[in-house]
Every structure is written in C-alpha cells, then in structure tokens.
Ligand binder design. Sequence first.
Ligand SMILES: *Cc1c(COP(=O)(O)O)cnc(C)c1O
Length: 881
Amino acid sequence: MKALRRFTVRAHLPAQLAALERLSVNLRWSWDKPTQDLFAAIDAALWEQVGGDPAALLGQVGPGRLEELAADDSFVRRLDAIAADLDDYLTRPLWYQQLGGEQSGAGDEAGLPKGIAYFSMEFGVAAVLPNYSGGLGILAGDHLKSASDLGLPLIAVGLHYRSGYFRQSLSADGWQHENYPSLDPQGLPLRLLTDASDNAVLVELALPDGAQLFARIWIAQVGRIPLLLLDSDIPENEHDLRSVTDRLYGGDQEHRIRQEILAGVGGVRAIRAFTELEGLHAPEVFHMNEGHAGFLGAERIRELIEAGLDFDTALSVVRASTVFTTHTPVAAGIDRFPVDMVERYFGPDPGDPSVGGSRLLPGVPLDRILAFGAEDDPTKFNMAHMGLRLAQRANGVSLLHGRVSRSMFNELWDGFDPAEVPIGSITNGVHAPTWAAPQWMELGRELIGSDDLTSLRETEAWSGLREVDPGHLWWIRCQLREELIEDVRARVRRSWLERGAADAELGWTATAFDPGVLTIGFARRVPTYKRLTLMLRDPDRLARLLLDEERPIQLIVAGKSHPADEGGKALIQQIVRFADREDVRHRIAFLPDYDMSMARKLYHGCDVWLNNPLRPLEACGTSGMKSALNGGLNLSIRDGWWDEWYDGENGWEIPTADGLTDEGRRDDLEAAALYDLLERAVAPKFYDRDDNGVPIRWVEMVRHTLQALGPKVLASRMVREYTQKYYLPAAQALRLVIEPGRSDTAEFAVPFGAARELAEYRRRAERAWPQIKITDVDSYGLPDTPLLGSELTLTAQVDLGGLGPDEVVVQAVLGRVDAGDALFDPDTVAMTHTGTAESGHEIFTATMPLPITGSVGYTVRVLPHHRLLAGDNELGLITLA
Ligand SMILES: *Cc1c(COP(=O)(O)O)cnc(C)c1O
C-alpha cells in the first residue's frame, strides 16, 4: 500500500543541543564545512544515508543518541562555538556596511538601497531544496549566498514546487524517465510566514471567472538572506489551483502564466507582508532574474495607482527602480504567451465591468499591460520585452551576451545602432565556498593565513599560489579525481541496477574508470544548442581516444532533458547506447540525475571541463567556472564567459565554425577540432611526467587557471558589480523620482512630482517625435584637402516639433564609413544651441577635429534629453538627418 502523504516526526532536542535547530534551518550550513562536520559527528552513517541533510538527520536521529550528545561536553562546546560563529556571520558589518560607511556620513545620501528584492522562478541553493532545473537557478542561489556574504539587504522571491524539478532515471534502452517525488515542506529547512496570532499569512490573487488563488509563504533562510517561496498547495484553494506550484517548468502555457502571475504579482504581495511583519525596510530596488516574474512591475504600478498616482507617473517610478537581467540569446527560448491569454487574466471582468482594469490589478488598464509585452507577432506577449519596458536598467550575463542582446533587442530601440542599445552586461560568477573543494579552501586559508577568505576577491590574494610546490597541487588534483571515481563507480552501478541489470553481471563496475586516467567532464541541461552528442560525431575516433594504450581519456557525462523535449531525450539515449558498449563502458558513462551534489563531485574531480555549445547561444555558462575554481582546465568553444576570459594558457579553445549555415558541416568541423585538441594537446600534456610522476606543464596550467580565473569567476565579484552598476544607480534614480519635481509648475511640487515631470516629458517627447526634423546641415572650415586634425564645423537647423532646445540633445556623429556609407564606431559630439532661424527652427553647431584618416563621414541626430533619464538613448527615440 502506498501512503498518500508523508511527514517527519522528530525527537525533542535536549536544551543543550537547541542550537542544532537554528544551524539546520539556516542554509549557511550548506557552504560551511565546520557546520557540516558537526552534523556528521552526530551520526556519521546516518549523515551519509540522508545525503548530508541536517534537517533529515535531525528527523531521524534517535532520542538516545541526542541524550548522549547533550552529556558530551566537548560536543556541546563545539556546537556553541559554531552557533556563535553563525550569529557573528549574521550580524557583523560586511562589505555592504563598509561601502555605506565609505560613501556616507550622510545617511540616505550614501544612495545605497535599503532593500533589494530579487525575483527568480528557480533557486538552486542546496541539493536538499531541489527548486532548480539548471544554470539559471544555480546562479540565483549563488547570488543569494554572495549577497549574504557581502551583507546586502536583499530579499529573494520565488515559488515552492511540491515536486521541485524531476528526478531522472534511465530505462534499459537508455530513455530518460522522470519521477516527481513529493517534497514534504515540513522536512525541508523552511519556516512558514505567520502573523501575530500564528496564522499562516496568505497572499491572494483574483483570477478570471471569479476564482481566487491563495498561496502561503515559506521562508528559506540563506545566511542573511530570506528567500520567500510561494506555495499554492493549501486547502483554501479550489482543487485545480492547488497544483499551480506543483512542478518547475511543467504543464502548459496556462499553467505557466499562472505560475508567473503568482511569482510576480504574488511575489510583491508576499514581500509587503513579510517586510511589514518583520519590521524591515520596503525594498527600493527590484531585480528580475529573467523575464518570468515581469508581472511584478504591473503589480507595483497598481500599488502606486492605488496610492494616487496616474499610470505614467507610476511607470516612471517602477522603471527607475527596476533592474532586468536577460539570460536568453535564442529568440525561441524567450517566454511568450498568447495575447488572448494575457487578456483573460488582465482584462476587465465581464461580470463586473465597473472595476477599472482587472480584478487582479484594479486600476491598471489592459491595453497598457499588453503594450509592455508587444512584439513583431501581434498574437504574442513577450516577457523579455516586458522586462525591458519595465526596467530602466538591463543587462546580459557576459560581454558577448551583452553584445548579442543589444542586437537581439535592437527593435525596441529602433534607429539606434546595436552598440547603442542600453543593455549592459555583468558576467556571471559562482559561489566559491559552495563549489570549491574543501582541499582548495584549506590551501586558501593556509596561503592567506586566516580563516576569513573574503580577501579572495582581490587578485593579490591568489598570488601566494606561486610558491606552492607543483607536487602539492598535483596531489590535491589526484585526491579529488580519486574521490570522483569512487562516486562514479557507485553511481554507474546503481544506474545499471535501476535499468534492470543483475548484481552478478556488474562485477566490472568495481574497477571501471581509473583514478590515473585523464578525466573529462560534460554535464549540463540538454537543450539542442549545448550539443551533448558532438563528441559522438565520429564514434570510432572517440573510442580510439578512450582506449588509447598510452594516453587514454575517460569521459563522464550527465544532464537532464526537459520532459517535453523528445529530441533531447534521444540525444541522451545516443550517449547511453554508446556508453553501454562493452569495449568502452569502463571509460565513458552517462550518470543519471544530474543535480548539485553530483555536480560538486564532478567539478572537484574532472581534469578537463568540456563545453561545446553552438556559439553564441550560451549566454554565459557557469559550470566551467566551478571547474576552474578547482583547478580544472576548460576545453571549450569560445562562447559566454570563455570568450572573455580564455587567455591562451588557462585551457583550450575549440575553434568555432560559427557563420557556417550548414549545421552538419559545422558539427563535423568543430568535432574534428575537438578530437584533434584532445589527441595532440590535452592528452600529451597530461601524460608528460617528470621523475616524480608529476605532469609539470599541466600543473602550471592548473596554477595559472586558479590564479587568473580564481578572482574573476567569483559570485562575490558579480554581486559587487550588480550593487555598484545597477542597484546603487537604481536606488538613486528612485529617490530622485519620488521627490518633488524641478519644474516651476505647482503640479510637480509634490512628492512624486519628479516622476510626474518625467512621465509628462516622456508623453510630450513621444508626441513631438514624429514632427522632429533636421532640415539643413552645413559644414564649414574644411580645407580642399582635409588632413587629420583639420577642424570641421557643422551647423544644423532642427524643427523640434514643440520641444525646447534644452529638452533634446543634438549630436554630430563623425567616423569611418564603409562602402555603403554606414558609419561604424563613430565619435559623437554634442552640438550647442546657438540661436533660432527665421523659419523658427533651432540652430545647433559644433566644431571638431577630424579624428581619423581614410573615408570619413558625418551625420547629425536628435535624441530626447532629461535629467531623470538613465541615458539619452533610454526612450528609444531618435531622428537622423
Ligand atoms: C552550474 C550548474 C549548471 C549550469 O551549468 P552550465 O554549464 O552553465 O549550463 C547546471 N546544473 C547544475 C547542477 C550546476 O551546478
């Protein structure tokens, strides 16, 4: 008989051990080795058995053992010290507090946001909380941990999925099976948000046809950062609404829009309830990690309308304080909904047309919501476009991805060259204490001479590696490889058993894989662009590499395919079938159920981390960074972060044939390049040993990788960049727009007057723009034969369509031209307003030296200008001569 539901009954903790509870619910344990060791000391075998999960351990340890520990002075002392360390971590001033100190003396003028809300559909914080499917979620988890380490006042919001993402297993013939174990929130490190009378706080959303969606709010504590997770699986909901939060990325579009409405609109409501109950400052900055939670902007507009603002003013406030990060360089990967579906959720209720806007967002007109998501296809609502239209600041996640995004979203800034599209980039990073092996952390402590590893953010802190003996570095690498091989053998065995093999035929697994062989890892989700099977392009050649007598390689492969992606499952099957071959199965394996705990072992132990996406479709990629933090060498197509930080000595670049339209040929070329590199560069270096068996040239690459990439790939570097380049300017922009405006008009001399002034300006600029014309451009001063440095004077007459000369910028644009007269990489020079022509047109002029030789061209253009815009390009309005 199968139980309908399961839950955990725990033994009482003796008073002396009470702190264990606190240590188990704060997920800081997941990146703090001393806390993990403490839990392991309670019962080493049980710790193993529960997969290193403190909450599960406390749920299963017997009262007898707890009594014993309570009487053990040394254990209690150790516990107290670790609990004190947690308290210290949670309260001492960190980087953010120091940043405030440096900038201030003046409180608010320091400009630092008093609160930041971070929205994501998935969070990969720890293996025990399987609320993630891949890189996006892991990145969000690492963002929270680093925000905690740096002391940011950040609150995160997402959904609690009853079944998380699926667990993967394989059928006998290598087909992916998905299992959805039901998670018991009581057994997870979560607490429920309750009000003063101990009742669960519920957020409530009005859906079409009179339905109401309720959600309770779980809180996961990630160090200092509260992570609010909304959960619809409660009796207050009608049956089918209980399953809104059943699975991550499962179900149809209808299911998905409900999840995204809950995350966005419900997420803001959850934050309001949380900050009020906890007495925290309301967030000033809202960060959307991908467009999924974009409806949060619509909810914030509703709040401001309720507080008395008009729509445009509310939008100005929301834009000023919103940051949007895009992660998707593939148009097909962007989240889009049918427009009529959005209309159903955000349109007026047919039963009650008296409410302006929808029942969900009273006062927010449907047409304005639809305009946020408008794109080429009038039947589609585009969540990335909504993100960009709701955020004054936006970024991609690597230099290359920033560039790709500027092109991809160019249509929203029509008339601008891609380079001028206001989308920046911050390259992703990874949380070192989570991903670096304990051996490396230990070495770090020795080199720095302190337990406090915060200085790892500085390049100099890594210079001590220069002095470390190559033999020692190699010894750590070998240790980590051995640990991995042990884990791989166990997993291979388990997988074969699951697939129906008998114990008796699995003797070979005990010696499969070899701790002395060059070990290559390839693990990631399985969308087509990541090309899981590129390595199989020439199976015979791969087999020869695996089985080489002198310089063999071994390959460990893992990854989940989206449940609806049959193509991805077929790729997995191809790998599994190859790895099943008796002649190679001791050198290549596909390990089912890639998750954070398997990932850690792989990053620790693999010598080489392979990545062969179709360039430029990997926005950043982070698994290679985690490998690099462990002295793994990347062997990768120059895509995402690797395009930026490959330096010729920290790994290898697989030459890309991007630009070739024949995909098959491209795969052939890139696969051949991969085999060549493995055979001629990678393996020879690995097996070139000195008298002590150390591959000196290899180890020097390991050392260089750690030194060169170590400080760069850190999530602490990333979060500091977000703080300085996005959060701080957004908070400052918010504080400006909620002030009274500058204009003389009484209408603006009230709180939010500046936002109203900006909204009013935007309306006028948009109205005036079609009338703006540059009527005449004249040049003076050039000699017959212009020389480098000759002065050129340009004047332009401009019909401003009713705007004032100080409400625009007129620019001279000067630079090299190609055969088609297109300017590239031009200089722009602001032109000065010098008077009004008889025609009423305004005259602008500028003088500049000719900056380059060769074919040079110029033009003149007009852009809107206002002190409250983040840039003159923000509104996407431009007129060229
Ligand atoms: C880091 C990580 C990813 C992301 O890997 P990419 O190569 O960047 O796609 C996915 N899953 C897990 C479990 C990870 O730890």
